[in-house]
Write a protein that binds this ligand. Sequence first.
Ligand code: DGL
Length: 263
Amino acid sequence: MDERPIGLMDSGLGGLSVMRVLHQQLPKESLVFVGDQGHFPYGTKSQDELQHLVLNIGHFLVEQDIKMMIVACNTATGAALPLLQQTLPVPVIGVIEPGAIAAVHHHLKTVGVIGTASTIKKGAYPATIHRLAPQMTVYSHAAQEMVPIVEHGLTGTPQAQETVNAALQFFDQHPVDGLILGCTHFPFLAPEIRQKMGPNVRLIDPAYETIKQAQATLTAQELLADQDAGTVKLYTTGDRADLVTGAQQWLAGQFTSCDHVDL
Ligand code: DGL
């Protein structure tokens, strides 16, 4: 048994979509989250810049005495997962391979992937899917413009629906059976995405498979916590009030503390 926290990071509020699943499924675990709002957005940055930022956050989380890190950001996973795994003294899990595995489990013929400009350019989703299921057709499409809609608290507005409709127009010509939400901000736009894609397209949120993998690793290494309820500590490199507002909305206010940190 190990009561040390699990560390998570994202460029902003997207990571909370992974955290809410983690908190639901493993409520005894304590969590420490860093939202790098001071450097938002990640999706338009170079691989070098991303590696520098993400590694810095990884070191901060290790200083918080974490027992595992979950990279709750597709862009950061694509740019820095192997680097983090080689450098940090704890197990590190990303979201891309779990998202690809989830798509393969659903036995879809044709799957779409939406993500940031960086994630789509990097091509890790199609590469991983084709390694697991060479016959599957994958259509990847960048939807960077959907990210600030979530970050700026505009979900549920006509502007959100218009942005999603325009960003996903690509799929009018490229029909799919399923769509991987390959950016952790996108599950918060699920109603708008569902409205655009229609009821027959399966929306795949990689968070569920990611947490399954995290649970398997914690179990195998005897690292699971066994306490009444874990604490949830939030840090932002940006404006504390923005993360508080996001966490009230997306974590139903279930957090212990929220502080600014300069990284
Ligand atoms: N939430 C992030 C992802 O999963 C990045 C969004 C951004 O900062 O561009 O890729």
